[in-house]
Design a protein around this ligand. Structure first.
Ligand code: GUN
Ligand code: ZN
Length: 408
């Protein structure tokens, strides 16, 4: 399929910069981008009888969400409260339901459809501890996803810990039959593992190089619990570092309550942070200190953290990213919001060569945002789009094309 989409186009370049084409053209061939430029430039290159589709709106790259729990989508935004109580009372009972493979199959179809309608085409997802539910999430995938079954050995109901792959032999066998391009080793968080099991995971990660995702320093009560459970660690970050779990392919969710030496350690290992502003707000946790993260040059991307985060829309995540940091007097721009929700996310996932921006040779996954004629700058239009985004995008005309095909 060769096609030219004619519309306004906004493409992220870097943290501070985007490029806007008022009358732009995106030239797509079999789901791959062949050209992006002003329409008049592409028009001169496209030969006889081009197939041109006019779109009324602004094309941006499909969104990337680098930290969410697909098995919490059904209860997303329904519960709040202290992290640990919220997990024990609401989230773990919900995740236990995913032992039922029929339920998991139905939920996976719904999850990917909802995410596509919200414009999210790539992401990193935590599954329940069940190997079967994880395989279902991998098999039902729409878009480019990385999924990992949460590994939980202790301090959780048996319905969850019994299903985990804590035996190194079983874990290695599981990894051998799993598509490692789409799998992340997923120790849930330090309180659910022992120093011994974390070390085992570090060894397995060294043998099977793969993405690793976990939570780090999200709340003060969690921090106190980690101190009790790992009294000889200098800090929370060291618990993972001693196990060899901090690598350039590690994505650390939240990182709210961090000391300077922890940032230095994260930086030295080259790990990424998944910044989840809507979830931090919804669960009553503090603001992630963006200024510290910047001072230490830590790479990061934005994430919804479904179901701590109440919305699966990256438009909402971007809106609150701008809101929470501005309220604290920390400067943030719409250019950075878009970059952190697209290109930075793809790079965080090791997919920088194939997605995250509208560049020749990359996948033509894009979203059409509504045109707002009253806006007098691209920045004002983009922020109006964020604040005007409905809570449930399901029935909105937010078109998403995946690999050049119109999605459901
Ligand atoms: N820490 C450990 N598990 C979770 C989870 O499911 N959600 C959030 N937000 N934090 C966690
Ligand atoms: Zn999470």
């Amino acid at each position: 399929m060769r096609k030219i989409f004619r519309a306004s186009i906004l493409n992220p370049i870097d943290v501070n910069t985007w490029r806007f084409y008022r009358d732009g053209a995106l030239w797509v061939d079999h789901g791959v981008i062949m050209g992006l430029d002003d329409f008049c430039v592409i028009a001169g290159q496209m030969g006889a009888n081009p197939d041109i589709e006019h779109l009324d709106g602004v094309i941006v790259p499909g969104f990337v969400d680098v930290h969410l729990h697909w098995v919490q989508h059904r209860v997303s935004g329904q519960f709040s409260g202290d992290l640990l109580t919220w997990l024990q009372e609401h989230i773990w009972p919900e995740e236990a339901c995913y032992a039922d493979t029929d339920l998991a199959r139905v939920a996976a179809v719904r999850f990917y459809a909802d995410l596509l309608r919200a414009g999210t085409v790539m992401g990193m997802s935590y599954s329940s501890p069940h190997a079967e539910a994880t395989q279902i999430a991998l098999a039902s995938m729409r878009g480019d996803w990385v999924v990992g079954n949460v590994l939980m050995a202790v301090h959780a109901p048996h319905t969850l810990t019994d299903h985990s792959l804590h035996d190194p032999g079983a874990l290695r066998a599981f990894l051998q039959r799993t598509d490692m391009a789409h799998y992340a080793l997923t120790p849930r968080f330090a309180p659910n593992l022992t120093a011994k099991s974390l070390k085992m995971l570090g060894r397995v990660a060294a043998e099977h190089p793969c993405l690793i995702q976990t939570h780090l320093a999200e709340s003060l009560t969690e921090l106190r619990w980690v101190k009790e459970l790992f009294p000889d660690a200098a800090h929370y970050t060291e618990v993972y570092d001693r196990a060899g779990l901090l690598t350039p392919r590690t994505i650390l969710g939240h990182c709210v309550e961090m000391r300077d030496e922890e940032w230095r350690c994260v930086r030295a290992r080259g790990a990424w942070v998944a910044h989840c502003p809507t979830s931090n707000e919804a669960l009553g946790n503090r603001r992630m200190p963006l200024e510290q993260l910047r001072a230490h040059h830590i790479p990061f991307a934005l994430a919804s953290d479904i179901g701590g985060g109440p919305s699966h829309s990256m438009l909402h995540v971007m809106q609150r990213f701008l809101g929470v940091h501005r309220d604290a007097g920390v400067p943030v721009t719409p250019q950075e919001a878009l970059y952190r929700s697209t290109k930075a996310g793809a790079e965080c996932m090791g997919r920088g060569a194939s997605g995250g921006e509208l560049t020749v040779g990359k996948r033509a996954d894009f979203v059409l945002l509504p045109q707002k004629s009253a806006a007098d700058s691209v920045e004002a239009w983009f922020e109006a789009c964020l604040s005007g985004a409905p809570a449930d995008l399901e029935h909105r005309p937010l078109g998403t094309w995946l690999s050049g095909e119109r999605a459901a």
